[in-house]
Design a protein around this ligand. Structure first.
Ligand SMILES: [Cu+2]
Length: 565
């Protein structure tokens, strides 16, 4: 072969390489083509966190939100402020207060701080806030008070104490969605009505693993990093949360709904939620953040449920883990240190048609995966670690390379303890069917190009501007949207509020494996293009499309769109 042919073959090989995200779990050799070092504009110069021990801190399990009586809400809920309120009358009422305080990320960090903890913004005194556990057919009302200190009195050296809380990616009316301009200032509150309705009344549209987080315009990355994130679990007629459920159709996935119960110091039974945030701490044990780096923010310590490199006791049996990448900018490839098998059952919180065996999961900011890990292959006294092997050297995106063995990042240790009872859970071969895609319903095609212009991040050449409506799909119609990354050295996890999408083509090819699913975040590596199918139903109003690298989002990579009659 002549040299020129070799070069051509090399170029073709790169062009044909499946993107890491479009072909999640692609062979390692195919992945070293993402955010390449030659594209680096902002080498990481932040000081390292103080050293802390791995796996010495117990995992934090946020409790489920506790109901309050409707009559305790003063003023009472105002039905006129919500679409379809009387049709979906709330059955469960909750109240949250956003406050500033101190959180024990790790006892060795807390020991560095005169206040005995790391500075944090929290929901009802904790981060992550309580888990919203809800069922389809049982509408929910959440009142959130912004009790953060005002800017002059806040001790947090970053962030802005105005807040709007988005329930990602619930099928929520615009006014309850946490629209970025619908924010409260300290002393104000906002009411959220979650109808707990299936999109288009279709049980195939049920969502499972969601999260709620601040979405303040221009300050999402910092406010979430400060602590304003938490998890949500929706159950329905087949994914009932009870592995002992004898009703026909019940999937009996691991879980026993023992919220508030306790068998291993673990209130959530065998259905466990992990939200990952990478955090960098200063010498006083407080989170640190460089507000001048618009490429993204990387922490050097991975927190799980806001505990640094914690441990969790598990029985030798099956568990369901819902794993959330809480950002702001880190991408993960998570695997067990022995690279043993996990069963992936959901992508972005939506059950797959069939479980897919994997040895790792790849997540960009805001992606979620549900996996089943069967610890029965281990014995009491053993331990096995969950680790991150994705190399990322700045906020732009991952390099695509695997971390060398000495650089692999500790995430969480599972300590195997004695079995307490029988494992009645199942991993059925059929989970949830996908809704139909009827291309005859498509009335419009739109393309959204993610790029970098004039020093900031853009979509279709535009910066976030709440006075501009960039698309106005009609309620009851379907459209095809194409997301394209025009950049050569950065990744963009693209998120659209309100509706799930199904991927038609990822770089021209139909999705397979774990990507054959409903999703709400499409991670675009350099040059990637994704064509998706949307329907717009049930509610009207304003929503956003944005990059979920929250630092890109805050530096203008967000547009408003609207569902119109
Ligand atoms: Cu981005």
């Amino acid at each position: 072969m002549k040299r020129r042919d070799l070069l051509k073959a090399g170029a073709a090989a790169v062009a044909a390489t499946p993107a890491i995200f479009g072909g999640a779990m692609v062979p390692r050799s195919a992945q070293a083509q993402l955010c390449r070092p030659e594209g680096i504009r902002s080498p990481l110069t932040e000081p390292d966190s103080p050293p802390v021990s791995s796996f010495s801190e117990p995992l934090y399990f946020p409790p489920a939100m506790a109901e309050v009586p409707q009559g305790s809400l003063n003023p009472p809920p105002d039905p006129s402020g919500h679409q379809r309120f009387n049709e979906f009358l709330p059955q469960k009422f909750y109240v949250q207060h956003l406050t500033e305080g101190y959180w024990n990320y790790h006892s060795e960090l807390s020991a560095l701080n005169a206040n005995g903890g790391s500075l944090a913004w929290m929901f009802n005194g904790a981060t992550p806030g309580e888990t919203l556990v809800a069922r389809y057919g049982e509408p929910v009302f959440v009142r959130r008070y912004n009790d953060l200190p005002d800017l002059e009195n806040s001790l947090m050296p970053f962030g802005y104490p105005a807040s709007t809380i988005h329930l990602h990616n619930a099928h929520t009316a615009s006014e309850s969605d946490g629209y970025p301009m619908d924010f409260t200032m300290p002393g104000e509150h906002w009411d959220h009505h979650y109808a707990m309705m299936l999109a288009r009344n279709d049980p195939r549209e049920a969502l499972g693993s969601l999260w709620y987080h601040d979405h303040m315009v221009d300050f999402t990355a910092t406010n979430v990093y400060a602590g304003l994130s938490a998890m949500t679990v929706f159950y329905d007629n087949i994914d009932t949360g009870d592995e002992n459920d004898t009703r026909p159709g019940a999937l009996r996935l691991p879980g026993n709904l023992q919220f508030g119960g306790d068998n291993q110091g673990n209130p959530n039974g065998y259905d466990i939620q992990f939200i990952l945030h990478d955090v960098r701490f200063d010498q006083n044990g407080n989170p640190s953040y460089n507000v001048f780096d618009t490429d993204g923010h990387l922490g050097d310590l991975i927190t799980v449920n806001r505990k640094v490199k914690p441990f969790m006791n598990v029985e030798p049996r099956k568990y369901r883990f819902r794993i959330y990448d809480g950002g702001p900018s880190r991408f993960y490839e998570l695997e067990l240190r022995d690279q043993s098998e996990m069963m992936c059952i959901a992508n972005d919180g939506n059950l797959l048609e069939h479980p897919v065996p994997v040895t790792s999961v790849v997540l960009g900011p805001a992606n979620r995966f549900d996996v089943i890990i069967d610890f029965s292959r281990y014995s009491p006294g053993d331990h096995i670690d969950l680790v991150n092997v994705m190399e990322q050297i700045n906020g732009q995106g991952p390099t695509g390379r695997r971390l060398s063995a000495d650089k692999v990042m500790d995430v969480l240790r599972f300590n195997i303890v004695d079995l307490k009872g029988p494992d009645n859970s199942q991993v059925p071969s059929n989970l949830r069917e996908l809704p139909d895609i009827n291309l005859d319903e498509v009335v419009a095609h739109r393309e959204w190009v993610f790029d970098h212009d004039m020093g900031l991040w853009t979509i279709n050449g535009q910066f976030m501007d709440p006075t501009i409506v960039s698309a106005a799909p009609k309620q009851g119609t379907a459209e095809i949207w194409t997301f394209r990354n025009a950049g050569t050295s950065w990744a963009h996890p693209v998120h659209v509020h309100f509706e799930e999408f199904q991927v038609l083509e990822w770089n021209g090819k139909p999705p397979t494996g774990v990507l054959k699913s409903r999703k709400d975040v499409a991670v675009l590596g350099p040059g990637d293009s994704v064509k998706v199918f949307y329907r717009f139903d049930d509610f009207q109003g304003k929503y956003v499309i944005h990059c979920h690298n929250n630092v890109h989002e805050d530096n203008a990579m967000m547009l408003q769109w609207k569902i119109v009659p």
